[in-house]
Design a protein around this ligand. Sequence first.
Ligand code: NAD
Length: 296
Amino acid sequence: MPNIGFIGLGNMGAPMAANLVKSGDSVVGFDLVAAARQESAQSGIEIAPNPKACAEKADVIVTMLPAGEHVRSVWSEILPSAKRGALFIDCSTIDVTSARAAHALAAQRGVAALDAPVSGGVAGAKAATLTFMVGGSAEAFARGKPILERMGKRVVHCGDAGNGQAAKICNNMILGASMIVVSEAFVLGEKLGLSHQALFDVASASSGQCWSLTSYCPVPGPVPASPANSGYKPGFAAALMLKDLKLAREAADAVHVKTAIGAHAAEIYERFAQAGHSGTDFSGIINFVREASKQR
Ligand code: NAD
């Protein structure tokens, strides 16, 4: 089994790296934050003194970092220390341009690379049930797939460099916009005297059916596991939804595609975050929709 380097041991990276250790991999990791390093050491991860030391020891490097600038900077820093024939896999959610730039940096050094953002959140990272959306060559994908399968349950090859990120932001644009419109439908139903359960029973079996309704219903009751039943505790925080909607808007601008609804969803989540709800689950947007209706 390859030695794996893991850089970025935060909310997602720590449990992902821990799952590699549970599968029998030897993992050497690094994070800027001492508490994150200590927590991961307790999961059996060898802690390196710096990112370069990870790269020197590892055959495969996984990064799980906040944004494109961090990935570009870490990859630039460690690529010169990478082993011959190394594979770099970035699992962070970042802009498509940075992802493609990171692939190009790796290619300059003769290092294989994949962009492999995830869906499934912290719960999926802990349970090793993440979905990976992967961009890169078929050869790199074939090498990376077994490693990703030890951290998730679905690994989908989406095409060449950057296409994993493209799939991720397109999916989350659907998710953000659909959550808003499902919320609007429930608030409209309330005003029209329709019970939540009646609307759910009809729409979940009709043409309005979608994941935001049937798996993550924004009102308490119809879907017991949805965050609406636990005070809108994330789940998937509104701040992360806003990040992904902004990435989608940026990508759409770059390729001159008009995403009117996706862009509007980003504006609505921006106002939600500015009103102090960044840390609320993104389905809490229903309370914002209801409040806005009261002000009329
Ligand atoms: P996080 O902030 O908890 O973790 C990021 C870690 O990277 C932090 O521990 C930070 O100290 C570390 N870091 C930053 N710069 C570094 C550097 N130069 N060297 C080493 N370590 C560095 O974030 P997270 O929730 O784990 O998310 C990571 C990525 O996964 C993000 O891109 C996010 O959008 C994406 N994501 C998160 C979720 C989620 O539910 N949290 C779901 C899907 C995707």
